[in-house]
Design a protein around this ligand. Sequence first.
Ligand SMILES: NC(=O)c1ccc[n+]([C@@H]2O[C@H](COP(=O)([O-])OP(=O)(O)OC[C@H]3O[C@@H](n4cnc5c(N)ncnc54)[C@H](O)[C@@H]3O)[C@@H](O)[C@H]2O)c1
Length: 391
Amino acid sequence: MRILIIGGDGYLGWPTAMHFAQRGHEVAVLDNMIKRRWESELGVAPLWPIATLTERAQALRETTDREVEVFVGDVADKSVVRGVLSRFLPEAIVHYGEQPSAPFSMIDAEHAILSQANNVLGTLQLAFAMHDIVPDAHLIKLGTMGEYGTPNIDIEEGYLEIEHNGRRDRLPFPKSPGSFYHLSKVHDSHNLMFAAKLWNLRITDLNQGVVYGTTTDETAMDPRLATSFHYDEYFGTVINRFVAQAVAGMPLTVYGAGGQKRGYLNIRDTLQCVEIAAMNPASAGEFRVFNQFTEQFTIDELANLVVEAAAKQGIRAEKKSIPNPRMELENHHYNARNSGLIALGLQPHRLTVDVLAGMIAWAAQHPERISRDVIIPTVQWRKQPEGVREA
Ligand SMILES: NC(=O)c1ccc[n+]([C@@H]2O[C@H](COP(=O)([O-])OP(=O)(O)OC[C@H]3O[C@@H](n4cnc5c(N)ncnc54)[C@H](O)[C@@H]3O)[C@@H](O)[C@H]2O)c1
């Protein structure tokens, strides 16, 4: 299959590209390297320096004889996206190429607008280009479980059967996201649902949970094939952040009492899920939704697991509650369905103390690389916009 990975320089995009290439697919990646620019603007960096995309493609060729074709450009640029689709003629497109951080989108007006413009316009540009150039290709779009928020009912996979005033319908599950980033994904979902119906496109929306992990079969083949590991307040997801704090001898900062429950998955399972989606495409005109996570934990449960894993590595870690900078409920119902991908064959990797101990050992190879200044949250959700004074 010819598979285009948009956002192929990213944490998930690069391992996905290698995963498909290793299975004999023809793979191309498109990325405009904007994430690397945002990192340097914010003064953060992955734990390990990451080779450039071209260097990584070269290293993959040397290690495996597999090719990944590299396109550099912005998916929101009409001529770029149309040029790439016309030249590569993908049968499947995995779209990771968005601004991925909630705190980044909550810094100020510029970052909120940039996040939504980048994400929503890029996806829209891609949908129009698919309609004109590859209308039969299958789009696999990364959304997030955060689109749903934390409703006081079980979360279904994309749709809800409801009865209202004596009539029944299957409607999109109500969305109640908690940041301008998560809202960008909701806007994407709405635009894509309409595009699938309008143009008969095949679309799978993967509402992904929080990803953790450092290693896949392919990243482990050569140090130059590593993927980025962020632990900072903007791009570091919570498990990765706790691991870095344990290694740096800092307390694990739990927001509030840590009762917030969410879905999580190992990076290896992201690759499995995307592959399963690609091998079982949506039908023409179908906007299919899967909830892509394998387990649910509260923040406090995760912190406890990391404390236990650190002890296995001879590190005494401790938890510390700090005021929650986000706008989220502390005690809430959370029970999300995730049966769609499992029914298609997903075999989950579980988050165990041993898995976490392995991540800690990996990060502990160079504790001096961890910058302690970039972990504690500075972005506050409820900060007054500039120029507004309290009454
Ligand atoms: N990592 C997670 O825990 C997680 C959880 C849920 C959803 N997601 C989603 O999965 C996707 C990938 O996440 P990630 O953690 O790999 O993020 P990442 O930032 O590491 O990767 C995204 C890549 O997309 C590129 N990109 C951004 N805008 C682009 C544009 N306009 N044109 C071309 N390239 C562009 C960036 O340069 C970057 O390399 C994102 O859409 C993210 O929202 C991630």
